[in-house]
Ligand binder design. Structure first.
Ligand code: ATP
Ligand code: MG
Length: 137
């Protein structure tokens, strides 16, 4: 079954949105396969977002992801990669539709609450990066 990597970013954790976000994925019918809180070292955030390393906001992005604990999750279900991205909404919360997680909970692109893998290949890479061999999933 298809899997995706979902991460509640430090702002989402600090603002107390963990329960609401998990509830939205559960209501959709996705299956939670793994979950942990994690204070990530910069090297992991840099590896996760390596495709964006040439962007001017890359340093701020890495600092943001490492600014507090994240909630790292693996969710499973049919078409879950795309389905999760639809629940999450557009990258810039000012363009995310109301009803999406970012559309409802965020206003800043640099504080947009949640990450979701953008392809099946990215999902498998990110699951390996954040959970490695020890996740048992
Ligand atoms: P994510 O990968 O976090 O799920 P995304 O796939 O919607 O987000 P990406 O293009 O992969 O968008 O960008 C990764 C993250 O980089 C964004 O979620 C956002 O936090 C940050 N980011 C993207 N564009 C900008 C920007 N113009 N200014 C500041 N931060 C940005
Ligand atoms: Mg992305």
């Amino acid at each position: 079954t298809e899997r995706t990597y979902i991460m509640i970013k430090p702002d989402g954790v600090q603002r107390g949105h963990v329960g609401e976000i998990i509830s939205r994925f559960e209501k959709k019918g996705m299956v939670l396969k793994a979950l942990k809180t994690y204070q990530c070292p910069k090297a992991v955030a840099e590896e996760h977002y390596k495709d964006l390393s040439s962007k001017p906001f890359f340093g701020d992005l890495v600092n943001y992801i490492c600014s507090g604990p994240v909630v790292a999750m693996i969710w499973e279900g049919p078409g879950v990669v795309k389905s999760a991205r639809l629940l999450i909404g557009a990258t810039n919360p000012l363009e995310s539709a109301p009803g999406t997680i970012r559309g409802d909970l965020a206003v800043e692109v640099g504080r947009n609450v949640i990450h979701g893998s953008d392809s099946v290949e990215s999902a498998e890479r990110e699951i390996e990066l954040w959970f490695g061999d020890k996740a048992g999933v």
